[in-house]
Structure formats: structure tokens, C-alpha cells
Design a protein around this ligand. Sequence first.
Ligand code: 5GP
Ligand code: ZN
Length: 118
Amino acid sequence: MEECIFCKIVKGEMPAEIVYQDEEVLAFKDINPEAPVHILVIPRLHFSALKELEDSHQELIGHIFMVIKKVAREQNVEESGYRVVLNCGPDSGQIVHHMHFHIIGGRPLGPGLANKKA
Ligand code: 5GP
Ligand code: ZN
């Protein structure tokens, strides 16, 4: 856990452009944005990935989605549209092993999700 970069952002040990925070959740700009709006929303609590979630975390996940909605509105993409992405595990390309949701928008993202056919 000590080496988790997102835990370091949570603890204030690493800088980030934070756009929203509360007791449970943090949202900050992606360091390598793929669109004009690219925000990461994370729980302060460390999970490596969605597969670690338990029944007791349902409220937290519900709260995260309310935060996603709020951040999307504040970033002015609520009407133009945006994509919410959660990568889980090797085939997804997940590189940071602290569960996070991407909010991506501010330009047309095109159809499809995975860019390539099965
Ligand atoms: P993943 O592929 O794991 O879903 O995406 C991880 C995301 O975290 C990537 O889009 C990457 O640009 C972003 N990222 C990696 N390290 C940092 C960092 O130190 N600060 C910020 N703000 N974003 C990061
Ligand atoms: Zn972490």
C-alpha cells in the first residue's frame, strides 16, 4: 500500500489537481489526459480493483456515482456527454492498482468501447 500512487495523492504526499473531495472520495485530473476532460474518481479506501469489492461497499460505490454525476456537471460535460470507464485486471490495461473511475469527455469519443474487434 505504501507504494500506491493514488494512496499518496489521498494522503497529500503527491500533488494532484483535485477537483472534488469529501470524506470518502477524491476526484482529480488525469496526468496524461486523453480528452479535454479526463478526471479520475477514487475512493480514499484502497482497493486494488473492482474484484476486491464486498457487499459492505455498496453504499460507497453508490456515493462514487453521485460524485461522478456532480463532477461531470461541474466540468460542463453533463449535456455534451461523457464516458465513465473502470479498468479491472490485466486485459483491461489497468496500470494503477487503486480502483478508479475515469470520466472522459469534452470531445466526441466515437462509437464502441474497445477500439478493436474481438
Ligand atoms: P488505468 O489504466 O489504471 O485505468 O489508468 C490509470 C490512469 O492514471 C492513467 O490514465 C494515467 O494517466 C493516470 N495516472 C497515473 N499516474 C498518475 C499520477 O501520478 N497522477 C495523476 N493525476 N494521474 C496519474
Ligand atoms: Zn491505493
